[in-house]
Design a protein around this ligand. Structure first.
Ligand SMILES: Cc1cc2nc3c(=O)[nH]c(=O)nc-3n(C[C@H](O)[C@H](O)[C@H](O)COP(=O)(O)OP(=O)(O)OC[C@H]3O[C@@H](n4cnc5c(N)ncnc54)[C@H](O)[C@@H]3O)c2cc1C
Length: 390
């Protein structure tokens, strides 16, 4: 009998199992998928590490986590610098001097700030109903009293119309499957802008992609720990519960309890992946399509995460691209992003109460905790849980 049965060979399960093994416990890892890695799984196609469940860029400010992952992988110098394509006009993201210069022809940070202020002022005056009859004071009073009632009004009052129309409106609408005027204002609290020529998307101390792909990194974390693939714990609960003293469950918490209180909601993503017989399709790993008409949100060209080369530095003749579509989710679909609204938050707390009564089962990871975790956060949580439970 094993000490721990780890359900899920994703990054949470792998790290927990490694920590348990290093402390002298025996573990068996099972996963219902035919591969390890969970959602960070990368598959080699035409020599390219393809991010099968969406683009994954490792970034962290946590020195402990960075040191941890570097035990198992060498990271390259990849810096995420997405480009936006709005009807064929290309803009750098996140919003920075390159974006502003392309949008308005401004040259200095002061010119960019003045332009944004001018746009915000015009938008706010119109939204707050300022008329030519207003005095400076009454206009200022109306603008002070204005409360955005939806995401469109919120975004325009934070950044003005040009950036909203070209870079936010269509993309956000596609992501949520609803027009920005029908989305609540609180979704966008701040819109970070940068007055430097810096296209680095993440404000993180450490960033990169594991050389050779994430699967190789997870393989090294798991090391000699036994793994059984293609086993769904919930379908073979009787057999596998008896295999270990304790269980670490990293699947969906509501599914563990047979959805007895109802299903927690997710937003899903659908990918269309294609191999192209050309060396370079779009010149960047990530291009966001920010217009409303293009049905997909982004195109990922996987080879650019590793600069178009294989592990020995050779050029790769072909390329692999994935078109990413935002999708409604139904029970049975792959769950991606938890919907963190009040209703689902409350339902999760009820499941958490059930989980606390479950003897010898630890619920962990993004699905076990119904929480959006970046990879570094899920690793930090697995290390913390290992300290707590082992
Ligand atoms: C589209 C997308 C893009 C992302 N991009 C980034 C990024 O750029 N940077 C970043 O840091 N993070 C990113 N993330 C977050 C990252 O994917 C997660 O932090 C990470 O995958 C969570 O790992 P996990 O082990 O908790 O879950 P998972 O990877 O989902 O692992 C859970 C495993 O449990 C298995 N399982 C479930 N139920 C059962 C069962 N009944 N029996 C057996 N096995 C079962 C599943 O098959 C799965 O393999 C992204 C997430 C998404 C959705």
């Amino acid at each position: 009998m094993y000490d721990y049965l780890i359900v899920g060979a994703g990054i949470y399960g792998a790290v927990f199992a490694r920590e348990a093994t290093e402390r002298g416990y025996t573990c068996l890892i099972i996963d219902k998928r035919p591969h390890i890695g969970g959602n960070i799984y990368t598959e080699k196609i035409e020599g390219i590490n393809v991010h099968k469940y969406g683009a994954h860029i490792f970034h962290t400010n946590d020195r402990k986590v960075w040191a941890y992952v570097n035990r198992f992988a060498e990271f390259n110098r990849y810096t995420n610098s997405p480009v936006a394509n709005y009807h064929g006009e290309l803009y750098n993201l996140p919003f920075n001097m390159n974006t502003f210069s392309k949008m308005w022809g401004v040259i200095t940070p002061q010119e960019a700030m003045d332009k944004i202020e001018e746009q915000k002022k015009a938008a706010l005056s119109s939204l707050a109903g300022v008329t030519p009859e207003d005095t400076e004071e009454t206009a200022a009073e109306k603008i002070r009293a204005f409360e955005p009632s939806n995401l469109e009004e919120q975004a325009i009052s934070l950044i003005g119309t040009d950036i909203y129309e070209k870079l936010i409106k269509g993309y956000t609408g596609k992501q949520w499957g609803r027009a920005c005027t029908e989305l609540p204002a609180f979704i966008i609290k701040r819109l970070p802008v940068r007055f430097t020529f810096d296209n680095n998307y993440f404000n993180a101390l450490f960033q990169g992609i594991p050389v050779g792909g994430y699967t190789k990194m997870v393989e090294r974390i798991i090391g000699e720990i036994p793994v059984k693939l293609g086993v769904d714990y919930l379908k073979e609960r009787e057999t596998y519960r008896k295999a270990a003293k304790k269980v670490v469950f990293t699947g969906p918490i509501d599914q563990y309890f047979d959805y007895r209180l109802g299903a927690l909601k997710y937003r899903s993503v659908r990918f269309e992946t294609e191999v192209l017989d050309i060396p370079n399709y779009q010149g960047n790993a990530v291009i966001n399509y920010t217009d409303a008409e293009t049905p997909y949100t982004r195109i990922i060209e996987h080879k650019h995460f590793e600069f178009g080369k294989d592990e020995d530095g050779n050029d790769l003749p072909k390329t692999v691209i994935s078109r990413e579509y935002s999708a409604e989710w139904q029970v049975g679909d792959e769950p991606y992003y938890p919907v963190n609204d009040a209703e689902n938050g409350a339902l999760f707390l009820l499941y958490k109460e059930l989980a606390e009564k479950e003897p010898d089962v630890i619920f962990g990871g993004r699905l076990g905790e119904y929480k959006y975790y970046d990879m570094d956060q899920v690793i930090a949580k697995a290390l913390q849980d290992a300290d707590r439970f082992l």
